[in-house]
Design a protein around this ligand. Sequence first.
Ligand code: NAD
Ligand code: UFG
Length: 332
Amino acid sequence: MILVTGGAGYIGSHVCALLLAMGREVVIADDLSNSGADAVERLEKITGRRPLFCRGDVRDTGFITGVARTYRPECTLHFAGLKAVGESVRRPLAYYDVNVGGTVTLLRALRRYGGRRFVFSSSATVYAPSEVMPLTEESPLGPYNPYGWTKFMAERALLDLVAAEADWRVALLRYFNPVGAHPSGLLGENPRGTPNNLMPRLCDAAAGVTPRLSVFGLDYPTRDGSGVRDYLHVTDLALGHIRAMELLETSAGAHIYNLGTGVGLSVLEMIAAFQAATGIAAPYEVCPRRPGDLAAYYSSPAKAEREMGWKAEKTPADMCGDAWAFYKKSFI
Ligand code: NAD
Ligand code: UFG
Protein backbone atom coordinates (compact mmCIF):
# COMPACT_ATOMS: atom_id res chain seq x y z
CA MET A 1 0.00 0.00 0.00
CA ILE A 2 1.26 3.47 -0.90
CA LEU A 3 0.11 6.41 1.24
CA VAL A 4 -0.23 9.67 -0.70
CA THR A 5 -0.86 12.69 1.54
CA GLY A 6 -2.30 15.60 -0.44
CA GLY A 7 -3.19 13.11 -3.18
CA ALA A 8 -6.32 15.04 -4.18
CA GLY A 9 -4.20 18.09 -5.07
CA TYR A 10 -2.49 19.16 -8.27
CA ILE A 11 0.77 17.20 -8.21
CA GLY A 12 -0.34 14.38 -5.90
CA SER A 13 -3.31 13.47 -8.12
CA HIS A 14 -1.00 13.07 -11.14
CA VAL A 15 1.21 10.73 -9.12
CA CYS A 16 -1.86 8.75 -7.98
CA ALA A 17 -2.88 8.35 -11.65
CA LEU A 18 0.49 6.75 -12.40
CA LEU A 19 0.46 4.54 -9.30
CA LEU A 20 -3.06 3.25 -10.02
CA ALA A 21 -2.17 2.62 -13.67
CA MET A 22 0.82 0.59 -12.45
CA GLY A 23 -1.54 -1.57 -10.39
CA ARG A 24 -0.38 -0.25 -7.00
CA GLU A 25 -2.77 0.03 -4.06
CA VAL A 26 -3.15 3.69 -3.08
CA VAL A 27 -4.62 5.41 -0.03
CA ILE A 28 -4.98 9.19 -0.18
CA ALA A 29 -5.01 11.27 3.02
CA ASP A 30 -6.17 14.81 2.32
CA ASP A 31 -8.20 17.41 4.22
CA LEU A 32 -9.47 18.90 0.93
CA SER A 33 -8.43 22.38 2.09
CA ASN A 34 -7.17 23.10 -1.44
CA SER A 35 -8.83 20.41 -3.56
CA GLY A 36 -12.08 18.54 -4.12
CA ALA A 37 -13.23 15.00 -3.39
CA ASP A 38 -14.04 14.60 -7.11
CA ALA A 39 -10.32 13.87 -7.63
CA VAL A 40 -11.14 10.28 -6.59
CA GLU A 41 -13.80 9.95 -9.33
CA ARG A 42 -11.51 11.53 -11.88
CA LEU A 43 -8.73 9.10 -11.01
CA GLU A 44 -11.16 6.21 -11.41
CA LYS A 45 -12.27 7.57 -14.78
CA ILE A 46 -8.66 7.81 -16.01
CA THR A 47 -7.30 4.53 -14.64
CA GLY A 48 -10.35 2.32 -14.10
CA ARG A 49 -9.21 1.91 -10.49
CA ARG A 50 -10.38 3.77 -7.40
CA PRO A 51 -7.94 4.88 -4.69
CA LEU A 52 -8.91 4.61 -1.04
CA PHE A 53 -9.60 8.03 0.43
CA CYS A 54 -9.34 9.28 4.04
CA ARG A 55 -10.36 12.84 4.72
CA GLY A 56 -8.35 14.47 7.47
CA ASP A 57 -5.50 16.72 8.48
CA VAL A 58 -1.92 15.41 8.62
CA ARG A 59 -1.44 17.50 11.78
CA ASP A 60 -4.17 15.49 13.54
CA THR A 61 -2.25 12.76 15.40
CA GLY A 62 -5.35 10.59 15.90
CA PHE A 63 -6.30 10.78 12.23
CA ILE A 64 -2.90 10.16 10.68
CA THR A 65 -1.93 7.46 13.19
CA GLY A 66 -5.22 5.72 12.36
CA VAL A 67 -4.39 5.83 8.65
CA ALA A 68 -0.90 4.41 9.27
CA ARG A 69 -2.24 1.70 11.61
CA THR A 70 -5.02 0.65 9.23
CA TYR A 71 -3.07 0.62 5.97
CA ARG A 72 0.56 0.02 7.05
CA PRO A 73 1.99 1.79 3.97
CA GLU A 74 5.34 0.48 2.76
CA CYS A 75 6.04 3.86 1.17
CA THR A 76 4.62 7.35 1.75
CA LEU A 77 4.60 10.23 -0.72
CA HIS A 78 4.04 13.46 1.22
CA PHE A 79 2.44 16.26 -0.82
CA ALA A 80 0.07 17.73 1.79
CA GLY A 81 1.17 21.26 2.49
CA LEU A 82 0.67 24.96 1.91
CA LYS A 83 2.50 26.42 -1.07
CA ALA A 84 1.85 30.12 -1.71
CA VAL A 85 4.99 32.17 -1.15
CA GLY A 86 3.17 35.49 -0.65
CA GLU A 87 0.70 34.00 1.83
CA SER A 88 3.61 32.48 3.78
CA VAL A 89 4.94 36.00 4.40
CA ARG A 90 1.57 37.09 5.82
CA ARG A 91 0.74 33.87 7.73
CA PRO A 92 4.09 32.31 8.69
CA LEU A 93 2.77 30.31 11.65
CA ALA A 94 0.21 28.53 9.47
CA TYR A 95 3.02 27.53 7.10
CA TYR A 96 5.35 26.27 9.85
CA ASP A 97 2.44 24.44 11.46
CA VAL A 98 1.31 22.56 8.34
CA ASN A 99 4.58 22.12 6.45
CA VAL A 100 6.92 21.41 9.37
CA GLY A 101 4.53 20.29 12.15
CA GLY A 102 2.41 18.24 9.73
CA THR A 103 5.49 16.45 8.41
CA VAL A 104 6.72 15.62 11.93
CA THR A 105 3.29 14.32 13.02
CA LEU A 106 3.10 12.15 9.90
CA LEU A 107 6.62 10.77 10.47
CA ARG A 108 5.78 9.87 14.08
CA ALA A 109 2.72 7.92 12.88
CA LEU A 110 4.75 6.11 10.21
CA ARG A 111 7.51 5.37 12.69
CA ARG A 112 4.96 3.50 14.77
CA TYR A 113 3.01 1.65 12.08
CA GLY A 114 4.26 2.29 8.55
CA GLY A 115 7.14 1.38 6.36
CA ARG A 116 10.10 3.69 6.46
CA ARG A 117 10.31 4.82 2.84
CA PHE A 118 9.38 8.46 2.38
CA VAL A 119 9.29 10.78 -0.64
CA PHE A 120 9.06 14.48 0.21
CA SER A 121 7.81 17.40 -1.93
CA SER A 122 10.48 20.03 -1.55
CA SER A 123 11.09 23.11 -3.63
CA ALA A 124 13.70 25.09 -5.49
CA THR A 125 12.97 27.87 -2.98
CA VAL A 126 15.34 26.13 -0.51
CA TYR A 127 18.28 27.45 -2.54
CA ALA A 128 19.89 30.80 -1.75
CA PRO A 129 19.42 33.49 -4.41
CA SER A 130 22.39 33.23 -6.75
CA GLU A 131 23.68 34.39 -10.07
CA VAL A 132 25.44 31.09 -10.61
CA MET A 133 23.23 28.86 -12.73
CA PRO A 134 22.20 26.09 -13.08
CA LEU A 135 21.38 25.17 -9.48
CA THR A 136 22.78 21.79 -8.51
CA GLU A 137 21.94 19.86 -5.36
CA GLU A 138 25.23 21.21 -3.95
CA SER A 139 24.33 24.88 -4.53
CA PRO A 140 24.18 26.93 -1.31
CA LEU A 141 20.91 26.76 0.58
CA GLY A 142 19.25 29.87 2.02
CA PRO A 143 15.55 30.46 1.45
CA TYR A 144 14.32 34.03 1.08
CA ASN A 145 10.73 33.57 2.29
CA PRO A 146 8.93 31.65 5.08
CA TYR A 147 7.58 29.03 2.65
CA GLY A 148 11.14 28.18 1.58
CA TRP A 149 12.24 27.94 5.22
CA THR A 150 9.43 25.48 5.99
CA LYS A 151 10.68 23.22 3.20
CA PHE A 152 14.27 23.67 4.38
CA MET A 153 13.28 22.67 7.93
CA ALA A 154 11.25 19.67 6.88
CA GLU A 155 14.22 18.53 4.74
CA ARG A 156 16.50 19.00 7.75
CA ALA A 157 14.19 16.98 10.02
CA LEU A 158 14.21 14.14 7.47
CA LEU A 159 18.00 14.19 7.09
CA ASP A 160 18.42 14.12 10.89
CA LEU A 161 15.95 11.25 11.16
CA VAL A 162 17.88 9.20 8.59
CA ALA A 163 21.12 9.93 10.49
CA ALA A 164 19.55 8.77 13.76
CA GLU A 165 17.61 5.72 12.54
CA ALA A 166 19.30 3.79 9.76
CA ASP A 167 16.18 1.98 8.51
CA TRP A 168 14.61 5.15 7.07
CA ARG A 169 14.96 5.72 3.32
CA VAL A 170 14.14 9.21 2.16
CA ALA A 171 14.02 11.10 -1.14
CA LEU A 172 13.89 14.90 -1.07
CA LEU A 173 12.60 16.12 -4.42
CA ARG A 174 13.19 19.80 -5.16
CA TYR A 175 10.64 20.84 -7.76
CA PHE A 176 11.21 23.79 -10.03
CA ASN A 177 8.07 25.23 -11.72
CA PRO A 178 5.44 22.55 -12.36
CA VAL A 179 2.86 23.49 -15.02
CA GLY A 180 0.50 21.72 -17.43
CA ALA A 181 -2.16 19.13 -16.80
CA HIS A 182 -3.07 15.50 -17.39
CA PRO A 183 -3.51 14.79 -21.14
CA SER A 184 -7.05 13.52 -20.39
CA GLY A 185 -8.02 17.06 -19.34
CA LEU A 186 -9.39 15.59 -16.08
CA LEU A 187 -6.60 16.57 -13.66
CA GLY A 188 -4.90 19.94 -13.43
CA GLU A 189 -4.19 22.98 -11.35
CA ASN A 190 -7.38 24.23 -9.76
CA PRO A 191 -6.38 26.96 -7.35
CA ARG A 192 -8.97 28.21 -4.87
CA GLY A 193 -9.42 31.97 -5.24
CA THR A 194 -7.27 34.16 -7.44
CA PRO A 195 -4.31 32.30 -8.93
CA ASN A 196 -0.78 33.58 -8.29
CA ASN A 197 1.22 31.54 -10.77
CA LEU A 198 2.01 32.37 -14.35
CA MET A 199 0.23 29.53 -16.18
CA PRO A 200 -3.24 29.83 -14.60
CA ARG A 201 -3.04 33.59 -15.04
CA LEU A 202 -2.00 33.17 -18.68
CA CYS A 203 -5.07 30.95 -19.19
CA ASP A 204 -7.30 33.57 -17.51
CA ALA A 205 -6.00 36.24 -19.90
CA ALA A 206 -6.38 33.93 -22.93
CA ALA A 207 -9.99 33.16 -21.92
CA GLY A 208 -10.82 36.84 -21.36
CA VAL A 209 -11.54 36.19 -17.66
CA THR A 210 -9.00 38.93 -16.97
CA PRO A 211 -8.39 41.70 -19.52
CA ARG A 212 -4.67 40.94 -19.80
CA LEU A 213 -1.74 39.18 -18.18
CA SER A 214 0.53 41.34 -16.06
CA VAL A 215 4.16 40.67 -16.97
CA PHE A 216 5.97 41.40 -13.74
CA GLY A 217 9.06 43.28 -14.87
CA LEU A 218 10.76 43.69 -18.23
CA ASP A 219 13.93 45.15 -16.76
CA TYR A 220 15.61 42.00 -15.45
CA PRO A 221 19.11 41.16 -16.70
CA THR A 222 17.73 38.30 -18.83
CA ARG A 223 17.51 37.63 -22.63
CA ASP A 224 14.35 39.71 -23.08
CA GLY A 225 14.08 41.43 -19.68
CA SER A 226 11.34 39.19 -18.25
CA GLY A 227 11.83 36.66 -15.44
CA VAL A 228 13.26 33.24 -16.27
CA ARG A 229 12.15 29.94 -14.66
CA ASP A 230 12.53 26.22 -15.22
CA TYR A 231 8.99 25.08 -16.13
CA LEU A 232 8.34 21.35 -16.21
CA HIS A 233 5.27 19.35 -17.16
CA VAL A 234 3.42 17.92 -14.16
CA THR A 235 3.30 14.42 -15.70
CA ASP A 236 7.11 14.45 -16.03
CA LEU A 237 7.29 15.59 -12.40
CA ALA A 238 4.91 12.77 -11.40
CA LEU A 239 7.16 10.21 -13.10
CA GLY A 240 10.08 11.52 -11.04
CA HIS A 241 8.21 10.36 -7.92
CA ILE A 242 7.80 6.86 -9.31
CA ARG A 243 11.54 6.71 -10.08
CA ALA A 244 12.33 7.97 -6.54
CA MET A 245 10.03 5.36 -5.01
CA GLU A 246 11.76 2.65 -7.03
CA LEU A 247 15.18 3.94 -6.01
CA LEU A 248 14.23 3.66 -2.33
CA GLU A 249 13.40 -0.03 -2.85
CA THR A 250 17.11 -0.70 -3.33
CA SER A 251 18.97 2.29 -1.83
CA ALA A 252 19.28 3.12 1.85
CA GLY A 253 19.75 6.60 3.30
CA ALA A 254 18.74 10.04 2.07
CA HIS A 255 18.75 11.15 -1.57
CA ILE A 256 18.26 14.68 -2.86
CA TYR A 257 17.23 15.50 -6.43
CA ASN A 258 16.33 18.55 -8.44
CA LEU A 259 13.35 17.93 -10.69
CA GLY A 260 13.35 20.38 -13.59
CA THR A 261 14.12 20.41 -17.31
CA GLY A 262 17.41 22.28 -16.94
CA VAL A 263 16.14 24.91 -19.38
CA GLY A 264 15.14 28.41 -18.32
CA LEU A 265 12.27 30.09 -20.17
CA SER A 266 11.25 33.73 -19.85
CA VAL A 267 7.72 34.98 -19.29
CA LEU A 268 7.61 36.34 -22.85
CA GLU A 269 8.84 33.00 -24.20
CA MET A 270 6.05 31.24 -22.29
CA ILE A 271 3.48 33.64 -23.77
CA ALA A 272 4.87 32.83 -27.25
CA ALA A 273 4.84 29.07 -26.54
CA PHE A 274 1.22 29.38 -25.40
CA GLN A 275 0.28 31.11 -28.64
CA ALA A 276 2.10 28.49 -30.73
CA ALA A 277 0.33 25.65 -28.87
CA THR A 278 -3.20 27.09 -28.69
CA GLY A 279 -3.40 29.70 -31.47
CA ILE A 280 -4.38 32.30 -28.86
CA ALA A 281 -2.35 35.45 -28.39
CA ALA A 282 -3.00 36.22 -24.73
CA PRO A 283 -3.06 39.99 -24.22
CA TYR A 284 -0.47 41.25 -21.78
CA GLU A 285 0.91 44.43 -20.28
CA VAL A 286 4.24 45.15 -18.70
CA CYS A 287 3.97 45.94 -14.98
CA PRO A 288 6.49 46.65 -12.23
CA ARG A 289 8.46 43.75 -10.76
CA ARG A 290 6.64 41.61 -8.21
CA PRO A 291 8.28 42.07 -4.79
CA GLY A 292 10.37 39.06 -3.79
CA ASP A 293 10.81 37.68 -7.33
CA LEU A 294 14.24 36.64 -8.55
CA ALA A 295 15.43 37.42 -12.10
CA ALA A 296 16.30 33.91 -13.20
CA TYR A 297 16.85 30.42 -11.89
CA TYR A 298 16.86 26.97 -13.39
CA SER A 299 18.01 23.51 -12.42
CA SER A 300 20.67 21.06 -13.28
CA PRO A 301 18.61 17.84 -13.38
CA ALA A 302 21.74 15.77 -14.20
CA LYS A 303 21.83 13.93 -10.86
CA ALA A 304 18.24 12.69 -11.23
CA GLU A 305 19.06 11.35 -14.69
CA ARG A 306 22.30 9.75 -13.57
CA GLU A 307 20.99 8.08 -10.42
CA MET A 308 17.27 7.52 -11.10
CA GLY A 309 17.14 7.44 -14.90
CA TRP A 310 14.65 10.32 -14.83
CA LYS A 311 14.56 13.08 -17.44
CA ALA A 312 11.77 15.54 -18.26
CA GLU A 313 10.58 14.85 -21.81
CA LYS A 314 7.68 17.20 -22.45
CA THR A 315 8.01 20.48 -24.33
CA PRO A 316 6.70 23.97 -23.51
CA ALA A 317 4.07 23.36 -26.23
CA ASP A 318 2.87 20.25 -24.31
CA MET A 319 2.80 22.24 -21.06
CA CYS A 320 0.76 25.10 -22.54
CA GLY A 321 -1.51 22.88 -24.68
CA ASP A 322 -2.41 20.56 -21.78
CA ALA A 323 -2.89 23.45 -19.33
CA TRP A 324 -5.26 25.14 -21.78
CA ALA A 325 -7.20 21.91 -22.50
CA PHE A 326 -7.76 21.41 -18.76
CA TYR A 327 -8.70 25.05 -18.28
CA LYS A 328 -11.28 24.95 -21.11
CA LYS A 329 -12.83 21.76 -19.80
CA SER A 330 -12.99 23.00 -16.21
CA PHE A 331 -13.72 26.70 -16.34
CA ILE A 332 -15.28 27.69 -19.70
P1 NAD B 1 -2.06 21.51 -3.91
O1 NAD B 1 -2.53 22.57 -2.97
O2 NAD B 1 -2.79 21.34 -5.20
O3 NAD B 1 -2.06 20.09 -3.16
C1 NAD B 1 -1.82 19.96 -1.79
C2 NAD B 1 -2.90 19.04 -1.22
O4 NAD B 1 -2.68 18.90 0.18
C3 NAD B 1 -4.32 19.60 -1.39
O5 NAD B 1 -5.17 18.59 -1.89
C4 NAD B 1 -4.73 20.03 0.02
O6 NAD B 1 -6.13 19.89 0.23
C5 NAD B 1 -3.90 19.08 0.87
N1 NAD B 1 -3.57 19.61 2.21
C6 NAD B 1 -3.10 20.84 2.53
N2 NAD B 1 -2.90 20.93 3.86
C7 NAD B 1 -3.23 19.71 4.38
C8 NAD B 1 -3.23 19.18 5.69
N3 NAD B 1 -2.86 19.91 6.75
N4 NAD B 1 -3.63 17.88 5.86
C9 NAD B 1 -4.03 17.13 4.81
N5 NAD B 1 -4.07 17.59 3.54
C10 NAD B 1 -3.66 18.87 3.33
O7 NAD B 1 -0.50 21.75 -4.15
P2 NAD B 1 0.50 21.07 -5.18
O8 NAD B 1 0.89 22.10 -6.19
O9 NAD B 1 -0.03 19.77 -5.63
O10 NAD B 1 1.77 20.88 -4.24
C11 NAD B 1 2.03 19.65 -3.58
C12 NAD B 1 3.30 19.78 -2.77
O11 NAD B 1 4.37 20.16 -3.62
C13 NAD B 1 3.22 20.84 -1.66
O12 NAD B 1 3.88 20.34 -0.52
C14 NAD B 1 3.99 22.01 -2.26
O13 NAD B 1 4.59 22.81 -1.26
C15 NAD B 1 5.04 21.30 -3.10
N6 NAD B 1 5.54 22.14 -4.21
C16 NAD B 1 4.67 22.65 -5.12
C17 NAD B 1 5.15 23.48 -6.15
C18 NAD B 1 4.21 24.09 -7.15
O14 NAD B 1 4.61 25.03 -7.83
N7 NAD B 1 2.99 23.58 -7.32
C19 NAD B 1 6.52 23.76 -6.25
C20 NAD B 1 7.38 23.20 -5.30
C21 NAD B 1 6.89 22.38 -4.29
N1 UFG C 1 4.75 36.11 -13.53
C1 UFG C 1 4.25 37.15 -14.29
N2 UFG C 1 2.92 37.41 -14.22
C2 UFG C 1 2.06 36.71 -13.45
C3 UFG C 1 2.57 35.64 -12.66
C4 UFG C 1 3.92 35.38 -12.73
O1 UFG C 1 4.99 37.82 -15.00
O2 UFG C 1 0.86 37.02 -13.43
C5 UFG C 1 6.18 35.79 -13.63
C6 UFG C 1 6.92 35.91 -12.31
O3 UFG C 1 7.36 37.24 -12.12
C7 UFG C 1 8.05 34.89 -12.50
C8 UFG C 1 7.41 33.82 -13.38
O4 UFG C 1 6.28 34.43 -14.00
O5 UFG C 1 9.09 35.49 -13.25
C9 UFG C 1 6.96 32.60 -12.60
O6 UFG C 1 6.13 33.01 -11.51
P1 UFG C 1 5.22 31.96 -10.70
O7 UFG C 1 4.41 32.76 -9.73
O8 UFG C 1 4.48 31.09 -11.65
O9 UFG C 1 6.28 31.03 -9.97
P2 UFG C 1 7.49 31.38 -8.99
O10 UFG C 1 8.75 31.06 -9.72
O11 UFG C 1 7.36 32.72 -8.39
O12 UFG C 1 7.26 30.31 -7.80
C10 UFG C 1 6.88 28.96 -8.08
C11 UFG C 1 5.87 28.49 -7.04
C12 UFG C 1 6.50 28.36 -5.69
C13 UFG C 1 7.70 27.45 -5.80
C14 UFG C 1 8.67 27.96 -6.82
C15 UFG C 1 9.75 26.94 -6.97
O13 UFG C 1 4.79 29.40 -6.95
O14 UFG C 1 5.60 27.75 -4.79
O15 UFG C 1 8.01 28.14 -8.07
O16 UFG C 1 10.62 27.24 -7.95
F1 UFG C 1 8.33 27.35 -4.61
